[in-house]
Design a protein around this ligand. Structure first.
Ligand SMILES: NC(=O)C1=CN([C@@H]2O[C@H](COP(=O)(O)OP(=O)(O)OC[C@H]3O[C@@H](n4cnc5c(N)ncnc54)[C@H](O)[C@@H]3O)[C@@H](O)[C@H]2O)[C@@H](O)CC1
Ligand SMILES: Nc1ncnc2c1ncn2[C@@H]1O[C@H](COP(=O)(O)OP(=O)(O)O)[C@@H](O)[C@H]1O
Ligand SMILES: [K+]
Length: 519
């Protein structure tokens, strides 16, 4: 049995229900688990919003509004209500439902017996310093409408901090889609295991800062439902470190540390080639060759003195016309090829050539646009070595016009299965799938990376890691995940020192190395 940290697992609503079902069937009382979860949440809350000290002549405590739904999400919220009440907070309950699950109803009865005010009408609820959202968790099964929808919109307009229990009420647990309307939380306490919807891009505006509340789910129950090798996983530092193959063997030499060929750049987009090269430099790859149009070769040499710059014949428009490798070199000299950034769509023959090669290949940017133009996406299946495609949403649409990207996890799974490639769909929550549907989600990133050229850096970095480790026993999707994580962490580190506006693509390359120093 694999022993992965629980932070790595990602579940759907149905899987979470099945996992809980096993725990309850084994004898854990439902009420005991609710008690444990509620207490863990209230401890977290107290550290985030400490009790305001009593001031002279006034009431002590901060004012907390607790939004209670009909199910066990509402039950969790009522445990929190009771705990905060005993800690001295002024607690008000908003509970607009007529029918509650039995346990939830018992907690409500007890809260009321303690004198905690409970309101069914929105207008009666006094103004609060912050709100706890326990309306719906993973049990939400249809669109929210009527007075509940109105209440949610009203709370969103209050502009007070909202803390959601498990998932902001109204979000689909699996897709992160808004079902009618949804709470816009500032903070989400995800319970037990990461819900897939929280890691989807469309949920991002609703979840605020998300934190996992671990309530000790036995690994055996997780694996019993997710399988020994779970299909959908979240990238963590630990999973990445295993892939980077460190420390280096003491007797390594430059050709054992991988030889990467980058094919990138044009007269028009010379900078893209430099950024891709600098991304590759940060990977620690043993040998780096960069094929560019002849006219920009001197520029590349000046930025990357350690790389072998291969000047290629160029088209009238300043794109590479075909690959011209140095004497005694052919494509088999390389452990990996990364092709695409800054090529323009005039570099068609070279893209066809690398697709037909038997070398592990990353296609990005214009490499993908050319592939889409060629209309040969299905021929990728014939490649004998791994292929990695790294589209952003626009490139993804061009490549796979028939695949819907609303659920990005499903979208990458379908694209990977159609092409036999590992597909990385870039964005705020990058998703990666191998052809068998094994998915990695990169859930820690920064919008500071949404700047021109940052994808070029990723391609270079990924190419370098791939060349370094491809001959070791690694899964290609793990390599892609490691690159994605490293790239994002570089951005996060740079933001800390330079603000969100200070992370241009060149600066990003300078922070990549420091990510590993902090590991
Ligand atoms: N059992 C426990 O003690 C634990 C409970 N947890 C909590 O339990 C939650 C799941 O509980 P439930 O399965 O009771 O589900 P929920 O509390 O999410 O909600 C289900 C209830 O809402 C109703 N409902 C669904 N969609 C609706 C809509 N659109 N409009 C109006 N009513 C709607 C359903 O009929 C049902 O009564 C989790 O999210 C979590 O907060 C777990 O996290 C931890 C363990
Ligand atoms: N809002 C965001 N939050 C986090 N990362 C982002 C966001 N937007 C874009 N990124 C990341 O920035 C990079 C942009 O790549 P890409 O679109 O190819 O840019 P370019 O082609 O200009 O280099 C990708 O790694 C993507 O995941
Ligand atoms: K909730």
């Amino acid at each position: 049995m694999l022993h992965l940290k629980t932070t790595q697992f990602v579940v759907t609503a149905a899987q979470m229900r099945d996992i809980e079902g096993r725990i309850f069937a084994a004898g854990m009382p439902v009420a005991a688990l609710m008690e444990k979860v509620g207490r863990l949440i209230s401890v977290c809350l107290q550290s985030i919003i400490p009790l305001r000290p009593p001031f002279q002549g006034g009431l002590g405590g901060s004012n907390v509004g607790i939004l209670v739904g009909p199910g066990h999400n509402g039950g969790d919220a009522l445990v929190v209500a009771r705990e905060l009440h005993f800690q001295g907070y002024q607690v008000w309950i908003y509970q607009p439902f007529t029918k509650l699950k039995e346990l939830t109803s018992q907690h409500l009865q007890y809260a009321q017996s303690l004198g905690i005010p409970c309101f069914q009408e929105l207008a009666e609820l006094p103004s609060c310093d912050f709100l706890i959202d326990g309306l719906f968790g993973f049990g939400l099964e249809r669109e929210i409408t009527g007075n509940i929808a109105e209440a949610i919109n009203h709370f969103n307009d209050w502009n007070k901090p909202i803390f959601s229990i498990d998932i902001p009420s109204g979000l689909h647990t699996d897709t992160g889609e808004v079902l009618g309307t949804a709470i816009k939380a500032n903070y989400t306490f995800c319970l037990g295991l990461w819900k897939q919807g929280l890691l989807q891009e469309q949920a991002l505006e609703y979840i605020g800062k998300a934190e996992l509340i671990d309530f000790d789910i036995p690994l055996a129950d997780i694996h019993a439902i997710l399988g020994e090798f779970p299909k959908i996983k979240r990238i963590t530092k630990t999973t990445v470190f295993d892939t980077l193959s460190l420390p280096l063997p003491p007797t390594t030499h430059k050709y054992k540390s991988g030889h990467l060929l980058l094919i990138c750049g044009s007269k028009r987009y010379a900078g893209g080639a430099i950024l891709t090269g600098l991304g590759a430099r940060a990977s620690g790859v043993g040998m780096l060759s960069i094929a560019v149009p002849e006219s920009i070769k001197p520029l590349l040499v000046s930025h990357l003195p350690e790389a072998l710059i291969i000047g290629c014949p160029e088209t009238e428009t300043g794109a590479i016309s075909h690959l011209q490798l140095p004497p005694k070199t052919d494509l088999s000299s390389f452990n990996a090829i990364a092709c695409g950034p800054g090529l323009t769509t005039d570099a068609t023959p070279i893209v066809e050539q690398v697709i037909n090669s038997e070398i592990p290949l990353i296609l990005d940017a214009d490499g993908l646009n050319i592939l889409a133009q060629l209309g040969t996406v299905p021929t990728l299946r014939k490649r004998k070595k791994p292929t990695i495609l790294t589209p952003h949403t626009g490139e993804f649409h061009r490549l796979f016009p028939d695949i819907e990207v609303k659920d990005r996890v499903k979208a990458v799974q379908t694209a990977a299965s159609q092409t036999g490639a590992v597909v990385l769909l870039k964005g705020a929550r990058t998703a990666i799938s191998n052809p068998q549907g094994v998915v990695w989600i990169n859930s820690e990133s920064t919008p500071a990376l949404a700047r021109g050229g940052s994808g070029d850096v990723l391609t270079g970095l990924m190419g370098g890691i791939l060349a370094r480790v491809v001959n070791k026993q690694v899964n290609i999707e793990d390599v892609v995940a490691a690159a994605s994580w490293w790239h994002s962490q570089g951005g996060i580190l740079a933001v800390k020192e330079r603000t969100e506006l200070g992370v241009d693509a060149f600066t990003l390359t300078e922070y990549l190395m420091r990510v590993l120093c902090d590991m």
